[in-house]
Design a protein. Structure first.
Lengths: 286, 316
């Protein structure tokens, strides 16, 4: 967006015409409002985690001194440790397995491509259009038949192989120089070693992007864990906070603390890997 | 790259042409098998975890009974027939489509505008604005739903603010009235997902060939003209991708309906997936009817995606 004014030529370098300056100021006002609306609810969540229920309902926007009391009333009836453990286990297992399975598949589709493999790729991409709702009931029956209800496997297995990740890795394999593979073959490296020793280290940004997407999706997943993790002992953080409001009286301070705890891991990961996330995704749709 | 779409993306640029590949050498054959070995785990998982349940659900949708005691429905279309008289289902379908047609266009246009502002190289405090706009995308859907439930409570933050400013004299029962409860869901979706789409648009903007923008400027096009005639056409594949993603996401929406409004008042904010969950896994689970409902969701997703691909693929 360049400031082009038709009425007058620029008088001096560095001095903008009035219209452009107003437009520029309007842009900053607009951005400020957007940023305020964007951060506002999160700021409220953070301060409310330190406030009493009375203060939360009085819309106090200042940090209070009730953090420890909120923590105590939260952990009195809720097993936060167990929910954190299960959330972490599910999300980490999903991420590690998804990265291995999908990256090797994406690499395989690109480097060893043949008409039949391309056809299979096309079929797998169709799965992107299958809504989870349409597979949920048979999946539940499947895991029930194998006695896997309440198990980590039941949460993890449906989330490992996703068309989007395969596509992401296939696109990145496309930008991977073929000469490197040829050279490695001449040097006598096995195909599997070429993948692990040549491709994986070069594609770190793609792996980072894939890890962010997969971890966040797995951590935040709610519907499927809710269906398959019937026993409250195995519940995840999103399930814990969702059940929290079920009682008659809601302790808003403790609720907001629980919500904050649930959100922290994804917020941290998002910010640490923000750059590679954008960079990794630029490649997919190029 | 100007008219690439998910469909054309799948076509590969030709690498090794010529008929020399007809007869595979033993090494090439082994390599081809290695290739299959590399992609089999992913393919089998997608087959077992996505395609098989999808076909199983179709079979299930022609069955009736409770729990594991399922039998062919008589008549076969019993579950689909029942849907026609199911007022709650019709209501949840209306709600879901309402969210779709109102929220998705507002969100994507706002995201385009924001991405374009953020892409300006002369913008100051850029990383602050970006961070502020991206951060909602890092919050879990359940978390933000509960925050929104709290701030839109009758004695919550939004009412307190509006009372303080003097816009209203009495607190509004946001979640207790159909119109306002739907509005809160839409505001929530906008808050959570606009920044997420900005990320994708920023990535697309960075791929735009700067010489085309220069050329437009030299031809005397203003910023708005340049945006619509040069920038937007080059972003088409990304716009199509975001349209498909947000359409699918909205049609399958569950977390907000379940946690923010609990589907209320009187099911007027409930989504199709939420109703499907209630039918299939609450009180008196009915897998057959649930499967039939899930097929309606599947068909809506498929039809909308097909329309969007068709429209997006048009070359102009």
């Amino acid at each position: 967006m360049t400031d082009v004014t038709t009425t007058s030529a620029r008088p001096k370098a560095g001095e903008k015409p009035l219209g452009a300056r107003l437009r520029s100021a309007g842009k900053y006002v607009f951005l400020s409002i957007v940023a305020l609306l964007s951060i506002g609810p999160l700021y409220f969540m953070v301060v409310s985690a330190t406030n009493t229920t009375q203060d939360v309902l009085a819309s106090s926007m200042l940090p209070g001194s009730n953090l420890i009391a909120n923590w105590q009333s939260l952990t009195e009836f809720q097993d936060v440790g167990s929910a954190m453990y299960h959330s972490t286990l599910n999300a980490v297992a999903t991420t590690v397995l998804a990265l291995v399975v999908c990256s090797i598949a994406g690499y395989g589709f690109e480097v060893y491509h043949s008409p039949n493999k391309d056809r299979l790729m096309w079929v797998l991409m169709l799965a992107m259009m299958i809504p989870f709702a349409a597979t949920m009931i048979p999946l539940f029956q499947l895991f029930a038949d194998f006695g896997l209800i309440n198990s980590t496997w039941a949460v993890v297995l449906p989330a490992i192989s996703t068309p989007l990740l395969i596509l992401l890795f296939r696109q990145s394999a496309r930008s991977f120089p073929h000469e490197i593979i040829e050279a490695a073959r001449i040097d006598g490296l096995k195909e599997v070693s070429i993948f692990f020793r040549m491709f994986v280290p070069t594609m770190k940004p793609t792996y980072a992007a894939a890890a962010v997407i997969t971890f966040m999706t797995a951590w935040n997943n709610f519907l499927w864990p809710k269906v398959i993790l019937v026993n409250p002992d195995y519940q995840t953080m999103p399930m814990l906070i969702s059940n929290f409001t079920g009682g008659y009286v809601v302790d808003y301070g403790a609720l907001m603390l629980a919500v904050l705890i649930t959100s922290l891991p994804t917020i941290i990961i998002f910010f640490v890997l923000q750059r590679s996330f954008v960079a990794g995704f630029t490649g997919v749709v190029k | 790259m100007s008219t690439m779409t998910p469909a054309t993306m799948l076509k590969r640029p030709e690498r090794n042409k010529g008929g020399a590949k007809r007869q595979l050498s033993p090494a090439a054959k082994r390599r081809s098998l290695t290739g299959w070995a590399f992609l089999i785990p992913a393919a089998v998982l997608i087959g077992v975890m996505m395609f098989w349940p999808m076909f199983q659900a179709l079979i299930l949708s022609f069955q009736t009974g409770r729990g594991t005691n399922l039998d062919w429905a008589d008549p076969l279309l019993f579950n689909y027939d029942r849907m026609l008289d199911d007022d709650v289902f019709r209501l949840t379908m209306t709600n879901t489509l309402l969210y779709l047609v109102i929220q998705v266009p507002i969100m994507l246009i706002s995201a385009l505008v924001l991405a374009n502002i953020l892409n300006n190289p002369r913008l100051r405090w850029k990383s602050f604005w970006r961070t502020a706009i991206f951060v909602p995308a890092a919050i879990s859907l359940v978390s933000y739903s509960l925050v929104f439930r709290t701030i839109f409570a009758t004695d919550g933050l939004v009412n307190d603010f509006l009372l303080w400013v003097g816009f209203i004299d009495l607190p509004i029962n946001w979640l207790g009235e159909t119109g306002t409860a739907r509005l809160v869901i839409i505001l929530g979706l906008l808050w959570r997902w606009t920044g997420f789409n900005v990320i994708f648009y920023l990535a697309a903007l960075q791929n735009i060939d700067p010489t085309t923008l220069e050329a437009a400027k030299m031809d005397g096009a203003g910023p708005i003209r340049t945006f619509f005639s040069v920038t937007i056409p080059q972003m088409k594949p990304m716009i199509l991708l975001t349209v498909i993603m947000s359409t699918n996401g909205t049609i399958q929406m569950f977390d907000e309906s379940y946690n923010l409004t609990r589907g209320g008042p009187a099911n007027t904010t409930m989504t199709m997936s939420h109703y499907l969950y209630e039918v299939s896994f609450q009180n008196n689970p009915n897998f057959g009817y649930g499967a039939a409902l899930s097929y309606v969701i599947l068909i809506i997703v498929a039809v909308l995606a097909a329309i969007q691909m068709k429209v997006g693929d048009k070359r102009d």
